[in-house]
Design a protein around this ligand. Structure first.
Ligand SMILES: NC(=O)c1ccc[n+]([C@@H]2O[C@H](COP(=O)([O-])OP(=O)(O)OC[C@H]3O[C@@H](n4cnc5c(N)ncnc54)[C@H](O)[C@@H]3O)[C@@H](O)[C@H]2O)c1
Length: 439
């Protein structure tokens, strides 16, 4: 059976079953590992406020006892907490239908694998994995246990994201020959990655996994194609060693009045409660220095991808830009689509995407697409509807399983490997795909 037939017959059905509630029609029982910002906000407090008639949070787990203790109250539920060492006990005692995995990136895959082995489904934040061996383990465990993985690619769910897919499906561009994706992260949002664990490759797999997995997934989904070869360049060109100011973290810094990147975490009660109050348990400094000598996550990178259907894609990400935004383009045999999004600040609610479709020997059409109110331009609540509200339609195929998660991760992992070795990477040599999924 080829890949497309397999996904058509099995993948969609399995995802559909997971997305349409608990067996027997009750509320879906959800446990959570990783009670940080994304976990307790998006998949905790907000999910409880909007989807309580379909879900129930039944347990929380984290490696930091202080953040863990705060989670049930913050989410507005009365569910038990379990230290990370007792993850198995949480799953056995609380019997979740699915575990939501919102830990630091490098721990996603081990928790996905253990969740499936313990008989629950896994709903995992991006990136699904930061290492090739983790991708292999997830695919093999899913095949062995029959349990399912959902990768929460909310970046498929914005209004502009759906519009790109619709233009490509309309055939106005004809066969797509090449594509471009350029990501600009600004001196606030971009810099913030270098204050946190994201600035160390061992935790995030670099921004090629952590951040770009959204963009690689979007491209894979828009093109309905899978990557075959990857090449990358990357540098720590701005943050890290590239300045003479240096401290452990902003609160203890002697350069606060001179450093443009000084950031005062004490102004946010939420961040004080979530991170500063929990510092004594693990030493994690949320307001770490962006000039830390140990930063090894690239802040400037380019990636070339050749897809199995011969589409060529060029990608770049720079994380020290004066403004935030993206430019995306598709070159087809009948024309070119340009999409531009510039945001005055990250996730600005009224962000607008400009679309420009030019057909060869014909004319140019321009229009704009506004995002909706809410987190990530309304994308987060749409993803939650798809996962938890029975009967939510999915005409553009936005539900993403393990294969989508693995493919996005493998582009980032391959690009990182290419940067480190100077060699082009064949995706099929990074992992052995289960037999039925071979190209
Ligand atoms: N899709 C999106 O738009 C989006 C947005 C933000 C974050 N995220 C994802 O959510 C995840 C969490 O991000 P965050 O901003 O909440 O980070 P965070 O640092 O606030 O939270 C991570 C939590 O994981 C815990 N943790 C770390 N290692 C652990 C382990 N081995 N076992 C159990 N718990 C462990 C930490 O103590 C912390 O509470 C990341 O993977 C990130 O990529 C996705």
């Amino acid at each position: 059976m080829n890949r497309r037939a397999f996904l058509g017959s099995t993948g969609a059905v399995a995802l559909g079953a997971l997305a349409h509630g608990a067996p027997g029609g009750g509320r879906m029982r959800l446990a959570m590992v990783g009670t940080g910002s994304r976990g307790t906000e998006t998949w905790g407090r907000e999910l409880v406020s909007t989807h309580s008639s379909h879900i129930e949070l039944v347990g929380f787990c984290d490696i930091n006892p202080k953040r863990l203790a705060r989670a049930p109250g913050y989410c507005g539920v009365n569910a038990p907490t379990f230290p990370a060492a007792d993850f198995d006990r949480m799953v056995k005692e609380t019997r979740p239908d699915a575990v939501i995995i919102t830990t630091t990136d490098c721990f996603h895959a081990p928790y996905v694998v253990r969740t499936l082995e313990l008989g629950a489904n896994a709903i995992c934040e991006k990136p699904l994995a930061t290492e090739a061996a983790q991708c292999q383990a997830i695919l093999e465990t899913e095949a062995r246990t029959g349990k399912k993985v959902i990768t929460t690619f909310n970046a498929r769910h914005g209004n502009a994201d759906g519009e790109v897919k619709r233009v490509i499906l309309s055939g106005d561009l004809g066969r797509i020959i090449s594509a471009e994706f350029h990501e600009f992260l600004d001196v606030r949002h971009g810099a913030d990655y270098f204050r946190r664990w994201h600035g160390k490759k061992r935790f995030s797999g670099s921004l090629l996994c952590h951040k770009a997995s959204h963009h690689f997934d979007q491209m894979n989904w828009w093109l309905d194609a899978e990557p075959e070869q990857v090449h990358g360049f990357g540098r720590v060109a701005f943050y890290g060693k590239n300045h003479s100011f240096r401290s452990t973290h902003c609160r203890k810094c002697p350069f606060t009045s001179q450093c443009e990147f000084y950031w005062d975490i004490t102004k946010s009660q939420r961040l004080m409660d979530l991170y500063v109050d929990a510092e004594s348990a693990d030493g994690y400094l949320r307001d770490g220095c962006v000039w830390d000598n140990d930063i090894d996550t690239y802040d400037s990178m380019t990636v070339e991808v050749k897809y199995a259907n011969d589409v060529l894609m060029s990608y770049s990400l720079d994380a020290y830009m004066p403004y935030e935004g993206q430019t995306i383009a598709f070159n087809g045999e009948k024309g070119r689509l340009d999409v531009r999004m510039y945001q005055a600040q990250p996730w600005k609610v009224d962000a607008e995407a400009e679309f420009r479709l030019t057909q060869s020997f014909k004319g140019t059409k321009t229009w704009s697409v506004k995002s909706d109110p809410g987190e990530h331009g309304g994308a987060d609540v749409k993803l939650k509807d798809l996962l938890f509200r029975p009967g939510t339609p999915d005409p553009l195929g936005k539900a993403a399983g393990s294969r989508a998660g693995v493919m996005a991760s493998l582009i980032g992992i391959g690009a990182r490997q290419s940067i480190e070795t100077g060699k082009r990477v064949k995706v099929s040599e990074l992992i052995e795909f289960p037999h039925m999924w071979a190209w």
